[in-house]
Design a protein around this ligand. Structure first.
Ligand SMILES: Nc1ncnc2c1ncn2[C@@H]1O[C@H](COP(=O)(O)OP(=O)(O)OP(=O)(O)O)[C@@H](O)[C@H]1O
Ligand SMILES: [Mg+2]
Length: 302
């Protein structure tokens, strides 16, 4: 199901103007740093990563480092390369240059089949739930890759397989409880309002207790109330798990309030990295945002 409120692409380059409030960086709220940032505990390190599809550059020469317990936002206009970057970190895309370090391991192409073992979980920009399955089973599916018992042992109900199934069920119930999904746990995920479906997707990612959590627009299409709730859930996930969190988000107010550090992409290039306060004062970022505001004004005048 597509979000009813999802902003549409616009402008000659298909770029989505940021909200007017976001297009004027000087007016953005300021957030401080976080005591949770720990540079010694780098979980994700992206070094000189580049990816093109034929002649289309998705992103080029990207450097990004995220520490344990850090919420690192990646922002930028439509087509800036944000989702492609997450897709490269999760092995869906094969970059042409650079490397991705997850913990102590470095990869030219991240092995998608080893994500769970590497402690990586993600959500998708467009929901990727099992619409016909219950909320509980969708959350449980986040543990499928962590299952040790073989199919035979599961079918035969051998003790180890039963213990594991119970432990997974407990873990799913705990996440369902923490995210306030208890009342809808037996309902098919596809029948839930969009905001709740996004929450189920977060639950499916959290249940595996990832050390690296990648969230691609977890609040897109949400109401202000839903965004405030989701902000709380993401913050709580960081507090309880100490995971490194990469957050792609278009709502600049949310980004400024929630993140410890922000990386700004524009046309596939990293144009700034810093604290929210540093980034909002960065001339290159202001220029990029003012460019969008100008496009917006041109479109209105036309
Ligand atoms: N599978 C693909 N095949 C071809 N081109 C792609 C593919 N995935 C992404 N691209 C291109 O790479 C560029 C970056 O796209 P990407 O989806 O990463 O942007 P984004 O920053 O996530 O944008 P949005 O804010 O709209 O989600 C775009 O030009 C896009 O068309
Ligand atoms: Mg995207």
């Amino acid at each position: 199901m597509q979000p009813a409120l999802r902003p549409v692409r616009s402008g000659p380059e298909g770029r989505r103007p940021l909200p007017r409030s976001a297009a004027r960086p000087a007016a953005l709220p300021v957030a401080g740093g976080s005591p949770h940032r720990d540079r010694a505990g780098l979980v994700l390190s992206i070094e000189g990563l580049s990816l093109a599809f034929g002649g289309t550059v998705a992103f080029a020469e990207i450097d990004l480092a995220v520490g344990a317990g850090e919420i690192h936002a990646v922002i930028g206009p439509n087509g800036a390369g944000k989702s492609s970057l997450i897709n490269a970190v999760t092995g869906l895309y094969a970059p042409q240059a650079g490397r991705v370090r997850i913990g102590a391991e470095a990869f030219a192409r991240v092995p998608a089949g080893r994500l769970a073992a590497l402690g990586v979980a993600r959500t998708f920009q467009n929901l990727a739930l099992f619409a016909g399955l219950s909320v509980r089973d969708n959350v449980l599916s986040g543990l499928a890759a962590a299952r040790r018992a073989g199919l035979g042992a599961q079918i035969l109900g051998l003790p180890a397989a039963r213990r594991e199934a119970l432990a997974h069920r407990d873990a799913a119930e705990a996440v369902i409880g923490r995210l306030g999904l208890g009342a809808v746990a037996d309902r098919p995920a596809g029948r839930l309002p969009y905001g709740l479906q996004k929450r189920v997707e977060l639950g499916r990612a959290l249940v595996a207790r990832p050390r690296l959590l990648l969230l691609d627009e977890p609040m897109a299409g949400m109401t202000a109330t839903e965004k405030a709730e989701m902000t709380g859930f993401i913050r709580a996930a960081r507090e309880t798990s100490g995971a490194a969190i990469v957050l792609i988000e278009h709502d600049i107010g949310v980004v400024m309030r929630l993140s410890d550090r922000v990386t700004v992409l524009d046309h596939g290039r990293r144009i700034a990295t810093g604290t929210p306060a540093q980034v909002q004062a960065d001339p290159a970022v202001i220029a990029a945002y003012l460019g969008l505001a100008d496009e917006d004004a041109d479109a209105e005048a036309a």
